[in-house]
Write a protein that binds this ligand. Sequence first.
Ligand SMILES: [Zn+2]
Length: 380
Amino acid sequence: MTILKKKKIYIGFRNFHFVHYYLQLQLELKEFYILSAHASGHCASPEAIKRLKESKSRVLWACGSPAHKMPLINPSSCLVLIFVAAARAGVTDWSYTGPHGPNHWHLDFPHCAGMTQSPININTGDVLYNKALKPFDLAEYSKTKQITMHLVNKGGHTAEVEYTGDQIRLRGGNLPDIYILSQFHFHWGSASRRGSEHTLDGQHYPMELHLVHYQSHLGSINNALDQPSGLAVLGYFFKIGEHNDNFDQLLKYFPQIKESDQHVVIPTFPLLDLLPTPTVNYFRYDGSLTTPPCHESVIWSLSTQPIEVAEEQMEAFRGLYDSTNHSLVDDFRPLQPLNERTVQVSHRDFSTEDTGSYVTSSAATISLFTLLSLWASKNV
Ligand SMILES: [Zn+2]
């Protein structure tokens, strides 16, 4: 998941001096905005925000509460925040290759070296059936009224659709709360033999879709990022097959987001259109964001049924550019150790056939071999 954009950082300070502070750093302009907010999470008044944005000052701060007409913290505290922000400013750049690549993420983002990181390989021979993993209720994925979809080339890291307007709620799936859809995005390869973040019995898929939700009582995605079980991500693998007309509702706008940070509002369509069926059988484990800052706050659910698209539709993704004007491809993090975790599955009769055929016949042979091995081992 992509949380940080290259030139814009949002940092939340919770329960600091009894209020929340949000810093918006516009690195390119070397301007720092500090907005104070009440515990409710509401930002400073629109007038205050407007004043900040219109100002040409290099360093700006606004620490008052319009409701109280008095500062909630003193200016020196603000300066501390500015220095914290400045210190963070140098470490926000990350990429999938080179000196800021995944092997170095932990230097700037310590959570990336945690013990419950994502993605992982799912060894189907080791998954445990859990009858408590009930079906998801995806009814609200068909909503379109009062909902706006923003398609964005997110920092040159992914193609993402962000939602505003009416909430789309995810229920069921043995989640601890109702979760609100915030955005969905993709990870894909330069060729169809790789691209997914998670693997199944060591096999990559050409692409992986992540539907990112936050726990409803936390109020926003930013509040939820670092909270235990704050996020629920529903993931889908892709396989190459027939042309998927439903995806054209999205792909026909990709020429408008070719460059990093380009965005366009697209006609709203039901999210359910993109999914293979309204029911989901899934793998479940606890993990993390797969991009910095790698917070270990994600309840992962990975569908056992893939989405089918045609090879030429993959080219729409590979035609995007990253922030250095190179092709935006291979935006997946390397596999992370499972450590002490177990992966559960929602239905007893799971078999790898549910995830569909692989891209190459040799991979399919490996998959069949795995199945036969499993069968054999259970019958010895
Ligand atoms: Zn993701």
